[in-house]
Design a protein around this ligand. Structure first.
Ligand code: NAD
Length: 410
């Protein structure tokens, strides 16, 4: 029991207010002594001591890490760079772009010096810029490996967008480069920092759904060739695959972080609409079934011609439904169970915290020297699993998996 009243005011606040109101009425009539339950404001109130901080304080500018953004496309300009500006630990100190005019405009807007604007040819000169600690790769997937490795060779830490790379071999080379440079590598799986997903994971770990034995996860969006950002996504060399590499990866990664284990086998099917120019090189729809050591099952669905974004956790004592699960904003978590019926689980922080959350997480991993929550090995695992799904669909057969998520040969 708490002493919360229906208005949300505590009983003690209500009493204070009531006393204040009564005193106000009385004072209007005649001078009265100050009631003893009104606070007395000390003479030195204008110079109060430091208040207790309820949130982690942002670092002062001089203590923040310098972040360099590579690729000034849609996601970088609309999400990544504004999130760096809102973060607690990062400062935008450099830009890399093939378009000098665009880079100059962004630099002026965010206060990045002209000398810290690079292009793809002189990119390696970032090694001489001590104001760059972390490089954030926001390029088409097929370029992630090259620029991640070059950033490590320049002595920087790296945040790399999902999917980590086009192939497992590239992922291995990126991890090896990170180890050679002794610098952190994090894959930008923002949903790990999204408040509704964090809450659902906490509820699952607290046993609120019972034993979660099945996850049904579908992440889909319409691929629209009229948008420049979708043009490279239909080319295998730049995209590495279709909807599964781009959007289905959220369903996969989410199912695995909710279950906390790696599958041992999977089977997948792919279907493409005939004569649709978008799907000459990459897939439209994919469904997959994954089996796990615990006996859990996962069903995944991904598509570029449908729209869905939900992850459902099915437990012995109830379900958790994230729908939408991984949007930039407006995510929702619903719990169903015998004791609660169906309820929307209140989550106080906005979904937008996912972007600043991942940036602050890597900054702190660098400053405090810990392994990021979404490391290179996780990116490799997911690329390995997607490649296994493609192989399964092509062979029309189950494939077995290694502990790192890659396909067991044979
Ligand atoms: P985009 O096309 O808008 O941006 C890509 C940028 O790379 C452009 O500025 C483009 O000029 C530049 N570029 C450099 N070399 C290029 C080349 N050879 N071909 C094409 N473009 C080249 O794409 P985007 O949507 O911003 O995606 C960029 C990355 O961010 C991708 O890896 C994508 O998966 C990822 N992404 C992640 C999220 C997320 O929620 N985490 C959302 C969107 C995109």
């Amino acid at each position: 029991m708490t002493d919360e009243t229906p208005s949300g005011l505590s009983r003690r606040s209500m009493l204070k207010l009531a006393a204040g109101t009564a005193a106000g009425v009385a004072l209007a009539g005649q001078a009265q002594a100050q009631p003893e339950n009104l606070p007395t404001i000390p003479d030195e109130a204008t110079g109060r001591p430091f208040p207790e901080a309820e949130l982690q304080m942002p670092l002062p500018p001089g203590e923040r890490l310098g972040w360099c953004v590579v690729g000034l496309g849609s996601f970088a300009l609309n999400q990544v760079i504004p999130a760096i500006a809102r973060s607690q630990t990062a400062r935008l100190t450099a830009l890399v772009s093939g378009n000098a005019d665009k880079a100059a405009r962004v630099a002026e807007h965010y206060g990045v010096p002209d000398a810290a604007i690079y292009d793809y040819e002189n990119f390696d000169e970032i090694a001489d810029n001590d104001d760059i600690d972390v490089v954030y790769i926001v390029l088409p997937n097929g370029l992630h490996a090259e620029y991640t490795i070059r950033a490590f060779e320049a002595g920087k830490h790296v945040m790399c967008e999902k999917p980590m790379a086009n192939t497992v071999e590239e992922c291995r080379q990126m991890i090896a480069a990170s180890e050679r440079a002794d610098k952190k590598l994090m894959i930008a799986y923002r949903a790990h920092f999204e408040p509704h997903n964090e809450r659902a994971l906490q509820m699952k770990e607290d046993g609120e759904f019972g034993d979660v034995k099945m996850v049904l996860a579908s992440t889909m969006r319409t691929l629209d060739l009229s948008r420049p950002r979708d043009e490279w996504r239909v080319l295998r060399d730049l995209a590495g695959g279709g909807s599964t590499m781009d959007i289905g990866i959220y369903a996969l990664n989410g199912a695995l972080y909710f279950l906390g284990e790696t599958p041992t086998a999977l089977v997948a099917s792919i279907a493409n609409p005939p004569d649709d120019v978008r799907f000459r090189e990459v897939e439209d729809m994919l469904t997959a079934q994954l089996t796990f050591p615990s006996g859990a099952l996962v069903n995944l669905a991904s598509a570029y011609t449908l729209n869905e974004n939900r992850i459902q956790l099915l437990g012995t004592e109830g379900t958790g439904l994230l729908d939408p699960a991984t949007s930039y904003s407006g995510n929702e978590l619903r719990q169903t169970g015998p004791d609660v019926g169906t309820r929307i689980v209140p989550v106080s922080e906005p979904a937008a915290r996912q972007f600043t959350g991942e940036i602050d997480h890597l900054s702190r991993a660098v400053m405090e020297d810990f392994e990021p929550r979404t490391p290179g090995a996780m990116g490799l695992r997911d690329v390995g699993l997607i490649m296994a799904m493609y192989a399964s669909a092509e062979r029309n057969a189950w494939v077995t998996l290694n502990p790192d998520g890659t396909m067991a040969e044979g």
